[in-house]
Design a protein. Structure first.
Length: 267
């Protein structure tokens, strides 16, 4: 399928009073078109920093991010982003929040055409009867559904997800994982998702990329997820392969935790 989203020698360094702080150093990763990859690692290792650089929301110190053969130099509608918090404008309805981006992407479309797009994606995420509601009238899970609809409605080439279910209860989280997979299966958008949840990573992705601890974090290991799509959660939980891969991910994270403790003791 060829490489579609590439991270090449990515580096992020911040200037601090005590000198340069290297957060990410030498991060290399390539995603094929239509691939779903998750990025896991301990808190503070730079996962969200990598994602924000891919979104064009955080300057790159060195290296590059290339999407569709074009080097990223700022935000753009070719990349849909869903954050942990839905980031909806509180004075606008669900429909109007999604319409904001649609107007820019489909600038030459008619009001009817743009409205049809917004209605399609809000209906797809189960909000066909809640389009006129304000964010305050929606639950946290419903607000995140609006965020997912907003991202897909832009017809992006790349989808970037930063712990999109991290603030939700476990039942809502499972429900939205299934919703995300259903919508993703329809469009097969190249997707990079940051998560802390090993089970979420295995259920959703084609590959799981594990980051080393910071400072100077980079790719530590990559696990190929062999499960066929579409996926059945209950069936996966009955396979030995699932638990073998789960143990592999947990062992890596535990090893990083031990390494961090040794580093802190030495310091």
């Amino acid at each position: 399928m060829g490489r579609y989203l590439e991270f090449i020698g990515l580096n992020k360094t911040y200037d601090t009073p005590s000198g340069p702080a290297v957060i990410v150093d030498g991060f290399d990763l390539a995603l094929s078109r239509g691939e779903f990859v998750t990025l896991i690692g301990h808190s503070g290792c730079g996962k969200s920093t990598v994602l924000s650089m891919a979104a064009g929301l955080n300057d790159i110190t060195d290296g590059s991010v290339v999407a569709g053969g074009k080097e990223i130099d700022g935000p753009g509608p070719d990349r849909g982003v869903v954050f942990q918090a839905p980031c909806l404008l509180p004075w606008l309805s669900a429909f109007e929040n999604v319409m904001l981006g649609v107007k820019k992407v489909y600038a030459h479309g008619t009001d009817r055409e743009r409205g049809d797009i917004v209605e399609h994606y809000l209906s797809l995420v189960g909000l066909g009867d809640a389009m006129s509601k304000l964010p305050a009238e929606l639950s946290g899970g419903m607000q995140q559904r609006v965020g997912i609809a907003r991202a897909f409605a832009l017809a992006p080439k790349v989808l970037l997800l930063d712990e999109p279910f991290g603030m939700l209860d476990s039942l809502t989280r499972i429900e939205l994982q299934d919703l995300l997979l259903d919508v993703w299966e329809r469009h097969k958008i190249t997707t990079l998702m940051v998560t802390h949840d090993v089970d979420e990573a295995l259920y959703l992705s084609d590959r799981v990329t594990m980051m080393t601890n910071g400072p100077a974090a980079r790719v530590g290991d990559i696990v190929d997820v062999p499960f066929e799509r579409p996926r059945d959660r209950e069936a996966l939980l009955e396979t030995d392969d699932y638990y073998r891969h789960r143990e592999q991910l947990i062992a890596f994270l535990e090893g990083q935790e031990l390494a961090r403790g040794a580093f802190e003791d030495a310091a």
